[in-house]
Design a protein around this ligand. Structure first.
Ligand code: TA6
Length: 300
């Protein structure tokens, strides 16, 4: 669909407009009485979310690249239909292909409470079918209000069951890692990627003082990012997600990635709601699975 057609079919006066921000890269700009948000159609990638009167909740690197087929550093990348490396083919892209392929807009609407609802669907192609030989659909439903509600909905339209790994790889904006504690994972088991996937147990709140890359398993609990610098907490509530991933690349890795900027890693932390490792989902033919995450801000 062209930009003009998108605006004709799906723009809503004071709520949603579509713009081209780089060649081939269209963004849905959402502005309502509660918040501002930008969603890039490639990857159905929520790039920004900022409740009115608040600092941004989502971190987007100032050096993020917006280009066809490239993943965006920051925002809410969708890891689907696998999380991390593919289990048998190392040539396939890490975290799946959903974040780097085109999605289409299926629906936009203004809700009675002033929020905005948008629904996107991944567009299947030869490329996606070659990497994922299962008949399925995946949609992202986003509600932009005072809170940001994100639903990743997968349906198995095949005649056989398949295994699904997934995550909303959300980058959160914080004042500084030294002033931030992540709570909600006490006594949880995790696999520590920094220690070659060692099995560990979380003892207390997490303060990031070096590279952190952990997959917490069997946890449905809310997480809270307490930020003394911004005097606020970001609450991450979730449904049908049994894994939480906490990631900060720290200095050396961030420098190597090239799209964080100097000390960019200090102003972000990823707290990802998903189903990974032991928690991957088996989806029966005809079944639908819906992963939900809701991000809201509380005063500290
Ligand atoms: O979710 C954490 C993680 O899997 C890390 O291991 C890390 O490398 C990261 O995601 C970012 O991955 P990306 O492919 O977006 O550079």
């Amino acid at each position: 669909m062209t930009l003009a057609e998108l605006n004709q079919r799906f723009a809503i006066g004071n709520h949603v407009q579509f713009k081209e921000i780089a060649a081939g890269m269209i963004v849905a700009e959402v502005a309502n009485q509660h918040a501002l948000a930008n969603i890039v159609l490639q990857g159905a990638h929520i790039a920004t979310f900022q409740p009115r009167g608040e600092e941004p909740v989502i971190w987007l690197s100032p050096y993020a690249k917006f280009a066809p087929g490239k993943s965006i550093r920051g925002g809410v990348p969708i890891c689907w239909p696998w999380f991390g490396p593919h289990k048998s083919d190392s040539k396939l892209p890490g975290h799946g292909f959903a974040r780097t392929v085109p999605w289409e807009v299926l629906e936009t609407k203004a809700l009675p409470d002033g929020s905005t609802f948008l629904r996107f669907g991944l567009i299947e192609s030869e490329t996606t079918r070659a990497q994922w030989p299962h008949a399925s659909t995946v949609q992202l439903a986003v509600t932009v209000g005072k809170a940001l509600r994100v639903e990743l909905i997968t349906t198995n339209t095949d005649t056989k069951a398949f295994e699904l790994g997934e995550a909303l790889h959300t980058y959160f904006h914080i004042s500084d890692v030294a002033k931030t504690t992540i709570r909600g994972l006490d006594n949880c088991a995790y696999l520590d990627k920094v220690q070659n996937f060692a099995h560990c147990t979380q003892k207390d709140g997490i303060v990031i003082e070096s590279e952190v890359d952990r997959v917490y398993i069997n946890t449905a609990a809310d997480c809270v990012i307490e930020d003394k610098g911004l005097k606020r907490a970001i609450r991450i509530a979730k449904q049908d997600s049994m894994s939480t991933v906490v990631w900060n690349p720290w200095t050396e890795k961030a420098d190597k990635m090239g799209d964080f900027g100097e000390n960019g890693h200090r102003g972000m932390v990823c707290v990802e709601s998903g189903n990974a490792m032991e928690n991957i989902v088996t989806l029966a033919p005809g079944a639908t699975h819906k992963l939900v995450a809701v991000y809201s801000v509380e005063k500290l």
